[in-house]
Design a protein around this ligand. Structure first.
Ligand code: D41
Length: 684
């Protein structure tokens, strides 16, 4: 191929990839299947390898993370990065609004007006809890990215920011302004943060206290390949320099302009008039806070008209025309009173902090998690210490910091137990692991209780009414030890329990009886094998079909199951090798626990092999990812767009253009009920 021809094809590929990137990462609306995207990407990579001189820094191939930098350079902000003043209550916001109107009233000569200064239009934005950064584009191409630093100079983090998919490497649209500077927030979405911490915990690595720290830590890497693997997103909120572009007359117009240039803008932003509008916005966002994909710590309220912003100006590096209206704090300072160690189903010891009660974000907190032994050692937390606790949404509060300067005299490092606090068995803690476990196995009453609670839970054998308090009593009175003992319980065993009555005992026994008839996936899940959740249990059941086949399988055989890797395979194989586990299983079968065998599918049985399916709209019983996974299981390809070749479109609630496409092309449609039927007919 001639260079000239390569230039043309490379340009075409880049334009197409940029377009799909924008649809996917900025607009959340992919239009082609991932596989199509991959093909374009590979073709571009191939051409760039063939013609290295044609590689440019704004090519979509340049996001993966290039060379590490030796150290961070400093960058001076041509336009200082301002900070925001805070208000914490409706009254304080009303004062802010009053000040704004008084000032504008004076300046506009309306100060003495009988009606007083008019209501202000405000642009209301969620206050993303991430890191403020600044991006400079030269001739439409990302040239530099910097942290806020002290507002005047920040650190050069261009190498890391290039890896964030929602940061355009090259501006959208036909205009190529010579110079453009955009400010915004880098955040790590909650889901990505949880996944990142789970992976870190599994490896015994340090975990991040919150998504903001995780985002900051990711941007502070010298090696961009690390940042490239972190789930970061960028939301733009200000255009501070734009040579050659007509300036928008309002903040909301500027945000639309940023959207047009290819930036992601928070979909929550609203504009409206006066204090009542702002208060409604604040309360609405506060209510929906836990459901948002990223953490926010308040809202930012900005005078919408740029003309009035200019009239209002700044005081000591903060604009007079904007304020952060914060939610009540999520962090609080309190004192650690004691630490207890709880033993979980698999013997894992979780340190639980007992605290001097304190209000965090409007909720009274007296317990917090310390995660594991590593965390205790890392923080050197001691009884009597002042600690900072953090509570986000519906998750368990955690201790994030110790304040050593407030440590009282005479404290000692927290002794870590070497014996299980419940059964006295030795505690095992492999060298390279953060998690310590009781070695007592099912001899440990704590593990017995947790294993039984799991066994009877709704998604396992579903023994209705057999709640935690009954299990606790039954184990404490030595009436049951293992799940098989449940099926030997008689009425006279139950009646002596505290708060038990004749009728309740009958109901419980009936529920136990009913649970004998179950399914193989439920039974496998109920066994409580480490690493085997519901999805894995289902995959194993479908792969082998019968429990006998599972009980003779080895690690290599388990590795053949969909989504089962070496760690999971080892865990399953180890479980079935233990004689006492085999014994409990035999007893359960003797007690009449039974299920219909499944057809062994292995990996090959794929009824939808060769078909392409499309999902659109939302399903009430499955997430998009779950639905996709199940279709993949059945052998289908799942595509993002409808074409003549599509075999079927599954249309959920509020299905949009894809539904219309399907109708136009005459592609078969399926509603949620029919789809669920199809899945269950294949045991999914
Ligand atoms: O979401 C935010 N964290 C956010 C921060 C936002 N939505 N708007 C902001 N606007 C500004 C001005 C008005 C100064 C352009 C900000 C920030 N500043 C900001 N973030 C960190 C320091 C200042």
């Amino acid at each position: 191929m001639q260079q000239a021809e390569a230039v043309r094809e490379i340009e075409r590929l880049r334009a197409e990839l940029r377009h799909h990137n924008h649809l996917y990462y900025v607009l959340d609306d992919p239009q082609v299947p991932d596989s199509d995207y991959d093909l374009l990407f590979q073709r571009l990579r191939q051409l760039e390898a063939q013609f290295p001189a044609l590689v440019t820094p704004d090519s979509p191939t340049q996001r993966v993370g290039g060379e590490a930098v030796p150290a961070f350079a400093t960058i001076r902000h041509e336009v200082p990065m301002l900070s925001l003043d805070n208000v914490f209550s409706a009254d304080e916001f009303a004062e802010f609004d009053r000040r704004v109107r008084d000032r504008l009233g004076d300046m506009l000569g309306q100060g003495g007006d009988l009606l007083g200064p008019p209501d202000i239009d405000y642009c209301c934005e969620p206050k993303l809890d991430g890191l403020a950064i600044s991006l400079v584009y030269e001739n439409g191409v990302l040239a530099r990215a910097a942290t806020r630093g002290d507002g005047l100079t920040g650190e050069d983090i261009t190498h890391n920011v290039r890896t964030i998919k929602s940061v355009p490497l090259c501006l959208e649209g036909s205009q190529r302004p010579p110079l453009l500077e955009v400010r915004g927030e880098v955040v790590m979405p909650k889901a990505g943060f949880l996944r990142l911490n789970e992976q870190a915990a599994a490896r015994g690595d340090k975990i991040f206290a919150n998504p903001r720290n995780a985002a900051a830590g990711s941007l502070r890497q010298l090696d961009p390949r690390i940042a490239a693997q972190r789930p970061l997103e960028f939301y733009a909120y200000a255009l501070v320099r734009s040579d050659g572009l007509a300036p928008a007359p309002t903040q909301s117009g500027m945000l639309r302009q940023l959207g047009g240039l290819g930036f992601r803008i928070s979909p929550e932003i609203r504009t409206g008039r006066g204090c009542p509008f702002v208060m409604d916005f604040y309360r609405d966002i506060q209510v929906r806070r836990d459901g948002l994909p990223y953490e926010i710590d308040g809202v930012v309220i900005k005078v919408d008209a740029v003309r009035w912003q200019q009239e209002l100006g700044f005081v000591s590096r903060a604009p007079r025309w904007a304020t952060a209206f914060k939610f009540p704090a999520q962090e609080a300072l309190t004192v650690l009173r004691a630490v207890e160690f709880q033993v979980g189903r698999t013997g894992a010891l979780t340190p639980v902090a007992r605290l001097e009660p304190v209000a965090v974000g409007g909720v009274r907190v007296s317990n917090a998690t310390l995660h594991n032994f590593d965390e205790i050692e890392r923080m050197d937390v001691r009884v009597g210490d002042s600690v900072v606790i953090y509570r986000a949404g519906d998750v368990i509060p955690k201790i994030v910091r110790v304040l050593p300067e407030r440590r009282p005299a005479g404290t000692v490092p927290l002794p870590l137990p070497t014996q299980c606090p419940v059964c006295g068995s030795d505690i095992e803690r492999p060298e390279d692991e953060a998690i310590a476990r009781c070695s007592g196995g099912l001899f440990c009453p704590a593990q017995q209780k947790e294993a039984l609670k799991h066994f009877v839970s709704r998604r396992a054998l579903d023994i209705e009414g057999l709640g935690d308090k009954w299990i606790d009593q039954l184990v404490e009175m030595a009436l049951i030890k293992t799940s098989a003992d449940l099926f030997c319980l008689r009425k006279e065993d139950l009646l002596p329990l505290e708060r038990m009555g004749d009728k309740l005992a009958d109901n419980l026994l009936r529920a136990v009886d009913r649970s004998r008839q179950t399914t193989l996936p439920r039974f496998l899940y109920a066994l409580g094998i480490r690493e085997v959740g519901e999805a894995t249990a289902l995959n194993i059941a479908r792969h082998f079909g019968t429990l006998d086949a599972i009980m003779v399988a080895d690690e290599a055989a388990f590795m053949q199951v969909v989504d089962v890797g070496p760690v999971v395979a080892e865990s399953i194989a180890t479980f079935f090798r233990q004689p006492h586990n085999r014994e409990v299983i035999e007893r359960l079968r003797d007690c009449g626990v039974t299920w219909p065998d499944l057809e062994a599918h292995g990996q090959r049985e794929q009824p939808l092999a060769g078909q392409t399916w499309v999902l659109t709209g939302s399903l009430s019983t499955l997430s998009r990812d779950q639905a996709k996974e199940k279709l993949l299981h059945l052998g289908a390809k799942v595509s993002g767009s409808v074409s003549k070749k599509t075999h079927c479109v599954v249309a959920g609630e509020a299905a949009g253009s894809k539904l219309a496409d399907a109708e136009k092309l005459g592609v078969p449609l399926m509603d949620e009920a029919a789809f669920i039927n199809l899945l269950s007919s294949h045991g999914l």
